[in-house]
Structure formats: C-alpha cells, structure tokens
Design a protein around this ligand. Structure first.
Ligand SMILES: *Cc1c(COP(=O)(O)O)cnc(C)c1O
Ligand SMILES: [Zn+2]
Length: 426
C-alpha cells in the first residue's frame, strides 16, 4: 500500500481529524495542519530521490511540487492534476542587491508558474485532493491570483470553478484569467475579507470544495517553494528567506516545509524567515510588534494581492516565525513601487505585492536586522503582467499618491529620421 498522511491536527487545540473527510477547520474554529508520518520516511535518501526526478520524463516527477510528493501528498497517485508547476528560476540580481545594501541577492520568481503566480503550487494539490474526494465543484475568494489558478486547474480536471472576487481593486491580468479559463465569476459588493467570509458559508451550504489557503492541502503544495529553492542551491540553506504576507498561507507553508526537512535531518539548520506586509494591510506586523493576537484592519494598498485585513492563517504564521527565529516588517506603497522599478529594470519584473519582498529587505538591511554579507533569497510571488495598470501608471506618473522616482515614460516623436535622431541624442 502506498504511503498516506497521518491526520489533520488543529493548530489551536491539537484535536485530530481524518484527512478523508471534507473539513477545513476544527470544531473550535482553529485552522488545520496536515501531519505527515515522518517516522516512516526517516533514513530514506529523499534528497537523492528528489534530485534524480529532475531528469525524469514522468510529469509527476518533473512538476516542482509532485517531485517532492512524499512530503506533499503521498498516495495522490491517479488523482494528480498537474501543469508542471514550479521549476521557477532563481535569479542572481546584483543591481537589486546594491539598491538594498546587500553584497548579493537571489530572487526566486514564482511568477514563472503556469498561471503566473505561486498559487499554482497549492492549487495543484487542492484540485488533486478534490478529485481524490470525488468532488466536482470548487470555489475560492480571491484578490485575483488564487482565482486565476483555480479556474485553470479546475478546467484541466473537468470541474466547475466558482470565483468570488471583491468589487474593484482586482488586477486586470488576474481577472482576465478567471474569465478566460471559464470560472463562474461573482463580483461581490465588498472587499476580500467580505468575500472570504461569504465563500466559507457558501461552500458549507452547497457542498462545494473550498480551495482558499484555509484548505490545509494548499499549504502542503506551497511548501515546495522552500524545497525547490534549496534544491536549486544544492540543498545549501540560506541565512534568510524573505516574502510578502497577505492571508499568510505562504510563509506558513515555507516554515512548515523547512521544519519537516529539519526534523528528517535532511538539512542541518533553518533559515530565518522575514514576512513583509504593506503598511496599509499590516495586521500581522501589528500583532508581531505588540505581542497581541491579530486584530483585523480595513486594508488599503497598491499591492492588491496582499490587500487583506483579516488573514486566515495568522496563528500558523506566527508559529512558523517563532520556529525560524523570523521577523515581520512593513513597507509603504511608495517603497513597494520603487522596489518594483528596480526588479523590473533588472529584466526580471514582478507584480507590486512581490516587490514588497525587496522593499522589506531594504528596510531590514537599513535597520541592521539583515547584515550586508548575509545569504538572502527573496521570493517574487507573481508575474509583472498580472498588473499592467500598475506598471503603466507608475511610468506615466499617474498612480495616485505615488511619486514615480524611476519613471521610464515613452517619448512622443514625429515620424521622420531627424526627429528620431534628436530624441535619441537627448
Ligand atoms: C497570494 C499572494 C500573496 C500573498 O500570499 P499569502 O499566502 O496570502 O500571504 C503575495 N503575492 C502574490 C502575488 C499573491 O498572489
Ligand atoms: Zn481545535
């Protein structure tokens, strides 16, 4: 018989639940963890196995999620719905490093996933789980990228996708994808936090499978960012991994994956994790600095992917931060857009939320939390073309409240050689 996960455990009260029933929360309201049978894996050369699979022709081996399936969802087998997610590039960006005050910097670009954000890593697992459970309808509330990913994977699996998006503040690239992939899209008169509240109720009432990151299997797929990042580096652990925080599923996932590798003795230390929030959507930062529980806020930021005031995974997130000696910081929209201009001009490019990573690194270096000679990997979470309005608005100087420090606006020029030569000489 193939390996199985052990059980689901409540993050709040430790109660145990079966992985074979549809359940996202404990009876106490706490979110759930997938608990693996690490003892059954002890002593196996998993890193060698993961490395060998990189040269395989089997789709499940080539996927940057399912390649690590023993630690993701063992026993998924025939239920797997994959688009070859992951396999994203780890860029050396010396120009960005000097902007943030580091000797060197690597950026792992999760915008290079099939639907152009890291959400595909969690979605391939959630949709495979839906198929395993025999379900035919899936739903999510989304600031955009989750819905784009869900709509694509649901279409591949022949499932109906129901998307709840907030009214306004959804980036054009993401909305295009949800519509194009055939998601039944409901634009709710409210913000993301309203949509999240309603979708949990709708899924319970209608028997639809909820694939927001409250779904513990999403988290299992997103752990593969950490696995693949280490694999890219020959399993050499960096000093820091830095990423943006919205609903806080992703930093939870990375910390969980690393802790499992450490528990198996496959790595000998943990990197420190830094979570960067937008100052206008900073409930985790406030909780971190005050030592209190997360208190919801009304979110406002240009980085729509992290415009979340009531994060679902805050308890798990704080646990991961403590386990990795992590930190939380916040950055302004101006700092995010300036950092984005550096990332874009390096020829890499990313959407605004992703660039909170780089703005956060700059702040932490300035404050002496990260030293200049540290080995730092930043995660870029989504593709530049997800939000073309932010790019064009910045370079045309038309983003409200933002000074376009590094604007690269087009020059209007007459259609003759002399005029063009004059413009180029400028
Ligand atoms: C979803 C998303 C985030 C936030 O991730 P969480 O897991 O919600 O903290 C950041 N950036 C992008 C591009 C995203 O799509
Ligand atoms: Zn509980």
């Amino acid at each position: 018989m193939s390996a199985q996960i052990q059980h689901l455990a409540c993050v709040r009260c430790d109660a145990i639940h079966s992985p074979d029933e549809v359940r996202y929360r404990c009876d106490c309201g706490g979110t759930l963890d997938v608990v693996h049978d690490l003892e059954a894996l002890a002593g196996r050369d998993l890193l060698g196995l993961f490395d060998d699979r990189r040269s395989s022709r089997v789709p499940e081996d080539r996927s940057g999620v399912w390649r690590f399936r023993e630690l993701v969802l063992p026993g998924a087998d025939d239920a797997i719905v994959t688009r070859g997610e992951g396999n994203t590039w780890l860029y050396d960006v010396p120009g960005v490093a000097s902007r943030v005050g580091l000797d060197g910097l690597q950026l792992k670009h999760e915008g290079e996933n099939p639907t152009a954000s890291f959400k595909d890593r969690g979605m391939t697992v959630a949709i495979s789980m839906a198929r395993k459970l025999g379900l035919s309808r899936v739903a999510c509330a989304s600031t955009g990228n989750t819905s784009a990913s869900m709509a694509s994977y649901a279409a591949r699996a022949g499932m109906q996708a129901v998307v709840f998006i907030p009214d306004g503040d959804i980036a054009l690239g993401k909305l295009s994808q949800a519509l194009a992939y055939g998601g039944r899209t409901l634009q709710l008169a409210g913000d993301f936090d309203d949509a999240m509240r309603i979708v949990e109720q709708v899924c319970a009432a209608e028997g639809i499978y909820l694939v927001n990151s409250v779904n513990p299997f999403r988290i299992e797929g997103q752990k593969a960012i950490a696995f693949e990042l280490l694999q890219d580096r020959g399993w050499r652990v960096p000093d820091w991994i830095v990423l943006p925080g919205g609903n806080l599923g992703n930093n939870t996932a990375i910390a969980k994956g690393l802790s499992e590798l450490r528990a198996l003795g496959l790595i000998d230390r943990l990197p420190r994790i830094a979570v960067v929030q937008a100052a206008g959507a900073n409930p985790l930062y406030t909780a971190w600095t005050t030592g209190a529980d997360v208190v919801p806020v009304r979110a406002k930021t240009v980085a729509t992917a992290i415009k979340i005031g009531s994060p679902v995974s805050w308890r798990k997130s704080l646990r991961g931060l403590r386990a990795t000696d992590g930190v939380v910081t916040e950055v302004s929209d101006q700092q995010i857009m300036d950092a984005k201009a550096w990332v874009d001009a390096a020829g890499v490019g990313a959407e605004p939320a992703s660039c909170a990573t780089v703005a956060g690194i700059r702040r932490l270096v300035d404050e002496g939390v990260i030293s200049a000679d540290s080995d730092v990997v930043g995660v870029l979470t989504g593709h530049m073309l997800k939000d073309p309005d932010a790019v064009v608005g910045y370079h045309m100087g038309s983003l409200p409240g933002i000074v376009s420090t590094h604007a690269n606006a087009p020059t209007k020029v007459a259609a003759n050689l002399a005029a063009v030569r004059a413009a180029l000489a400028d």
